[in-house]
Design a protein around this ligand. Structure first.
Ligand code: SAH
Length: 363
């Protein structure tokens, strides 16, 4: 896709303008773009043979020149606790002789609908200490088609509509900014799956300049900020990104985001026993968020094999929450789905590509 002599064209990453340019460029009528867009983004076709409103020779041409399917499902684990499904996908766009890359996505079933948590990168370079996705670093950012593909694939697999998307899987979405923007535009496009922007959440560790850029787009999405500490010092001990983007600057960017979009920020705070869970921590957090129109999500830290971080006890968590409520802050303790399949926050990881590829015959 886009690289190498025989690279196939990545049609699914194209918006309607780009698709129109592509079809007129190969001597086809402009309206073919609309038809193909509908096949790809509404009917979720992954093979040009399905596109029965196109002449057969055009279907064949698309089949030869373009890559429509970008992911191959390798595994799907279903939680016995709550029916959460965790998918492991291989990225089909692979450089010759390179190891295959894998990503994970999670489907959560709620009373209000089906929510898919997607990855924005294969691996991650942010290095948060408590997060499994950081182990092994970044392989590469995902193409728009690979982000859309996670939602499309899961919708086809369960035969149901997806109503909510959270960009909270592996990777830092604001480290893949251009593709994230296009993803939001296309997944919420009424000519595509038409998922309401109000049902889309993007979670960031706080890449300050891109928070400002995102604010300018005035999307109706929810921005979630991974805070995890109320002081620069503690935050830095957990999140290396805080070296570059300091806490006061992150908070300023979030205030500006709210002012520009009118969408209140969700602050995420993973409670890590002995690191950020004392009464003083709660008081500091209360002071930091007091008076802001925001939502605070407390996430008991999820276990990661290579790390020894532990959750606070239930009564400590309740006390932490109470301290914040005293400051009038709107706070919830997040119910974690999919813990038994390592599908909860911070448990998605880069798998050992060589071993999986060999076992599955993907190389
Ligand atoms: N890079 C983005 C999105 C991915 S992480 C971000 O940092 O926001 C999604 C959320 O899970 C973040 O708030 C992250 O800090 C949190 N998280 C990571 N590891 C965790 C763990 N072990 N337990 C609980 N939450 C964790």
């Amino acid at each position: 896709m886009g690289q190498g002599e025989n690279a196939k064209v990545d049609l699914t990453s194209m918006n309607i303008e780009e698709l129109t340019g592509y079809f007129t460029g190969i001597g086809e009528k402009a309206f073919r773009a609309k038809q193909v867009y509908q096949w790809l983004h509404q009917k979720l076709a992954t093979d040009s043979g399905e596109m029965t409103s196109l002449p057969v020779d055009l279907r064949e041409r698309i089949g030869r020149q373009c890559q429509l399917d970008t992911l191959k499902q390798v595994e799907c684990q279903v939680s016995k606790q709550d029916g959460t499904r965790k998918y492991l996908f291989a990225l089909l766009n692979k450089e010759p002789n390179a190891a295959a890359y894998f990503i994970e996505s999670v489907l959560m079933k709620y009373k209000f609908g089906n929510s898919v948590c997607i990855s924005s990168q294969a691996g991650c370079r942010m290095g948060c200490k408590f997060c499994a996705s950081a182990i092994g670093g970044l392989s590469r950012s995902l193409h728009v088609s690979e982000m859309l593909g996670q939602v499309y694939h899961i919708s086809r697999d369960i035969g149901e509509r997806i109503s909510h998307v959270v960009v909270m899987g592996t990777g830092e979405p604001l480290d893949n900014y251009e593709n994230l923007i296009k993803f939001i535009e296309m997944i919420s496009d009424e000519k595509g799956l038409n998922i309401s922007q109000r049902n889309i959440t993007v979670s960031t560790c706080g890449i300050v300049p891109n928070i400002y850029r995102l604010a300018e787009k005035k999307f109706q999405i929810t921005l979630a900020l991974s805070l995890h500490a109320a002081s620069q010092e503690t935050r830095l001990s957990l999140m290396p990104v805080a070296q570059k983007y300091k806490l006061p600057d992150v908070m300023k960017a979030c205030d500006a985001y709210f002012a520009k979009t009118g969408r209140r920020i969700t602050y995420e705070y993973s409670l890590v026993h002995g690191q950020n869970d004392t009464k003083e921590d709660a008081a500091k957090l209360g002071a930091l968020l007091k008076g802001k129109n925001c939502h605070l999500n407390l996430i008991p830290v999820n276990p990661v094999r290579e790390r020894s971080y532990k959750q606070p006890g239930a009564s400590d968590m309740a006390a932490f929450k109470k301290e914040l409520e005293k400051n009038g802050i709107n706070v919830t303790i997040r119910r974690e789905l999919g813990r038994d399949i390592d599908g909860a926050c911070g448990q998605l990881r880069k798998r050992y590509s060589k071993a999986i590829s060999a076992a599955r015959g993907l190389d």
